[in-house]
Every structure is written in structure tokens, then in C-alpha cells.
Ligand binder design. Structure first.
Ligand code: AMP
Ligand code: ZN
Ligand code: ZN
Length: 402
């Protein structure tokens, strides 16, 4: 009797590791490399990404308009274009809050849920579905939605090094399965920063940033695999980068007096709100043909931009020709290096997309697709029901091997 019991326990103990491993759910790790163009992979600087692409897929992805950081990060995690997710710019105004401006560098506004609750990001939907999430930075991840937050989240701080970000995620993965996050986000800003300063062409600084992020991602993937955790990785960028120059500048103040409008955003595109009572003057000055810039009433923007319905979109949107810069007065920085925010159909604005892991089929190539289509893939891999979105599940469903 005792021998049989011991035998049974022994059999159970021997079977346990195999059983436990089988039962452990896969993890989704969503990584953003801000400003990472797909052609940066062709520079011979990214041995880890080159290896991971062979295991899965790498492709070019079209961002949403405006091709800026906050709108596109929120698009990726909500499946809704900026016009429908509420983050219509890195800077924006809302008629409900006259006199206030959202700007990503102003924590009082950037951390106010008011701006973010028009759409629900993946970590909130997953938490509500009982799946634990953890965010090692992502625009919007620091904000509670009706009291719900990622189980672990971090206040954005550029001074936290890429290596620290990697170690934080590895610590989360080291936890027992019961408290290990099922969905993790990570964010690297250094490639975008170097792209702005030195432009998207070859420079030792941008090359170094690309190579460093490649090696950090190598550290995460290898670290996770060494623990035996089964993880599917999705690597995305929010937008690309175009070369700018101080010889390619459009000065709004030469077209219309400064007092008559509020420049909500300037640069590759400009969001312009007429100051009270000056509407007609502003419309007349801007809504005519200009070299290197096209201005539209928000109601009449080109269809492919899917933009202009949201009350937060300023009355007039001017879009510069790729590589040109729209200014209002003298900017606090020199116009040189690189910028983004242009029409997302321009190849310079295209963003890197990669996926690999136990549930991703090796796929040699993918046609260009819209970044809203990543959302249904995140939901499918992580195992929660996606909310209605602008994304087509069918675009990336063929990648999933289950
Ligand atoms: P952009 O101006 O569109 O190039 O935005 C890129 C910058 O956004 C990065 O250099 C970061 O400093 C900043 N950023 C990224 N994530 C956050 C965040 N969660 N909170 C505040 N700023 C952020
Ligand atoms: Zn960005
Ligand atoms: Zn940027």
C-alpha cells in the first residue's frame, strides 16, 4: 500500500515538470523602437534582429496620421486611428477644456485620464479579462481607466537606461507563472532621438543607437528563452524619419499675422486654430495653394488620412512636403537632422514591424499594412477578446501558428 502510494507520488513528481511546462501560458512581449525605419535593418548593424526575422517575420508598416509618437503608440495598443482613439497629436486642444493644451512633455496634462479614455488600450482589456499585464513604458500606460491599471507600470523617465528596462522585464519573467505578466510592453527611445539629431542617413551616432537597441533586444529574447518562458515577441515602431534642412522651411508668420492663430503643433505638419474672431482671415491666408505645403479644413482632409472628425483636431491642418518644416516663429532648436509627422504613405514614414515566437509562423515577407492591424494580433496571441477597432484581424492572422 505504502509502496504503491510512494510509487504514485514519484510518478506524479516526475510528470510534474512536464505538466507544469505544458500548462504555462505563453507571454506576449510588445516592444516599441521609437522611430525605427524598416530599412535600418539593411545596414548590417542588427545581428539579433536579423536572426529573429528568420524565425518569424519583418515588414514595413504604415503608421496613422499624424506620424507622431503619442498618436501612433496609442493606435497600436487600441487598434483605433488617432481620430478615434482621442490622441490626435503629441500636442492637442479640446473644446471641452478651453485654454488648456495637452502636450507630452507636460505631466499635468499627459497623465490626466481625460485625454486617454476615448479608447481602451490592450493592458486594460487584458486586466479586465483576468490576464496580468506589465508596462515598461508606453505612452498612455501611466493612466488609470476607471481605476484599472497594468499590474506593474512605470512612470516614464528617459534616464532609465535601456539595460535597466531590459532587466526590469527579465525580473518580471522570472516570477512564477501565477504572477508572471501575460502581456508586457517595452519602449526604447534612443533610435528616435539620434534620428532627430543626426537625420536618418548614416551617422556614427544613429548607427550606434540602432546597434545598441539590437543588442538589448537580443538580451531580452535570450534572457526569456534561458528561463524556459515561452514568449511571442512583437516589435513595432511608431513611425519612420525624414531628413530635414533649414533650407526647407515654411514660415507661417509670413502668411498670416501671429496674433490671429494658435499653432497647436508645428513641424512636418501644423495644427492651426484661428484665434477667436479671426477665422475668415486665417482660412483665407492658408486655404490656398502653397509651395511645399497643403492646408485643409479639418472637414476636408484627404480620405486616406482618416483624420478630422475628432473635436480635438484643430480647424486647419497643413501638411508639409516630405522633408520640409512648417514653423511659426523661431523654434527653440535648429531645423536639421530628421523629423516625422508627414503623410504616412511616404516610405520615409514607414515603421518597422516584426513578430517571432512559438506561435508565430516563419513568414518570408508581408505586404505593407496599416498599424491598426497589429491590435487584433496582440489580442489573438495574448488570449483576450478584442474590442471593436479599425484593425483588420485577417491581415496578420496568417502569422499565427495555433
Ligand atoms: P517625438 O517628439 O514624437 O519624437 O516623441 C519622442 C519622445 O517622446 C521621446 O524622446 C520620449 O522622450 C517621449 N516619450 C515617450 N514616451 C513617453 C511617455 N510615456 N511620457 C512622456 N514622454 C514620452
Ligand atoms: Zn516616435
Ligand atoms: Zn521622434
Amino acid at each position: 500500500m505504502i509502496a504503491r502510494l510512494v510509487g504514485a507520488l514519484l510518478a506524479l513528481a516526475l510528470a510534474a515538470p512536464a505538466l507544469a511546462q505544458e500548462a504555462e501560458p505563453e507571454v506576449t512581449i510588445l516592444i516599441s523602437i521609437d522611430g525605427m525605419r524598416p530599412d535600418y535593418l539593411d545596414r548590417g548593424l542588427t545581428p539579433h534582429l536579423a536572426e529573429f526575422r528568420k524565425r518569424g517575420v519583418a515588414a514595413a508598416m504604415r503608421p496613422s496620421f499624424p506620424s507622431k509618437t503619442f498618436p501612433n503608440h496609442y493606435t497600436i495598443v487600441t487598434g483605433k486611428r488617432p481620430d478615434r482613439n482621442g490622441i490626435v497629436g503629441n500636442s492637442m486642444i479640446d473644446p471641452v477644456r478651453p485654454g488648456q493644451m495637452f502636450s507630452m512633455g507636460d505631466p499635468k496634462q499627459a497623465l490626466d485620464p481625460f485625454w486617454w479614455i476615448e479608447a481602451e488600450p490592450v493592458w486594460i482589456t487584458a486586466e479586465k479579462a483576468g490576464l496580468r499585464t506589465a508596462t515598461m513604458f508606453w505612452p498612455g500606460s501611466e493612466v488609470a481607466h476607471n481605476g484599472v491599471r497594468p499590474s506593474d507600470w512605470m512612470r516614464f523617465d528617459q534616464a532609465i537606461s535601456n539595460a535597466q528596462r531590459v532587466n526590469t522585464v527579465l525580473d518580471w519573467m522570472r516570477r512564477p507563472a501565477a504572477i508572471r505578466p501575460r502581456l508586457v510592453t517595452m519602449y526604447f527611445d534612443t533610435v528616435d532621438t539620434a534620428g532627430h539629431r543626426f537625420g536618418p542617413g548614416r551617422s556614427p551616432e544613429l548607427d550606434a543607437a540602432i546597434a545598441e537597441v539590437d543588442s538589448r533586444i537580443g538580451d531580452v529574447v535570450r534572457g526569456v528563452e534561458a528561463m524556459g518562458v515561452r514568449a511571442n515577441f512583437i516589435i513595432t515602431a511608431d513611425h519612420g524619419m525624414a531628413e530635414t534642412a533649414d533650407t526647407r522651411v515654411i514660415q507661417l508668420e509670413e502668411l498670416i499675422d501671429r496674433a490671429s492663430y494658435i499653432p497647436v503643433e508645428t513641424g512636418p505638419y501644423a495644427a492651426i486654430e484661428p484665434a477667436a474672431g479671426t477665422n475668415e482671415r486665417v482660412y483665407q491666408a492658408l486655404l490656398k495653394p502653397h509651395p511645399h505645403m497643403a492646408c485643409h479644413r479639418k472637414e476636408a482632409l484627404p480620405q486616406h488620412l482618416h483624420y478630422g472628425q475628432n473635436p480635438r483636431v484643430a480647424a486647419i491642418i497643413c501638411i508639409a512636403e516630405n522633408g520640409w518644416t512648417i514653423l511659426s516663429g523661431t523654434p527653440p532648436y535648429p531645423v536639421k537632422g530628421g523629423a516625422h509627422g508627414y503623410d504616412p504613405t511616404h516610405p520615409d514614414m514607414h515603421a518597422l514591424f516584426m513578430a517571432f515566437g512559438p506561435s508565430i509562423k516563419p513568414t518570408p515577407s508581408l505586404p505593407l499594412f496599416d498599424n491598426v492591424d497589429v491590435y487584433p494580433l496582440i489580442a489573438a496571441l495574448t488570449g483576450f477578446a478584442p474590442l471593436p477597432s479599425d484593425g483588420e484581424a485577417a491581415t496578420l492572422a496568417p502569422l499565427v501558428a495555433r
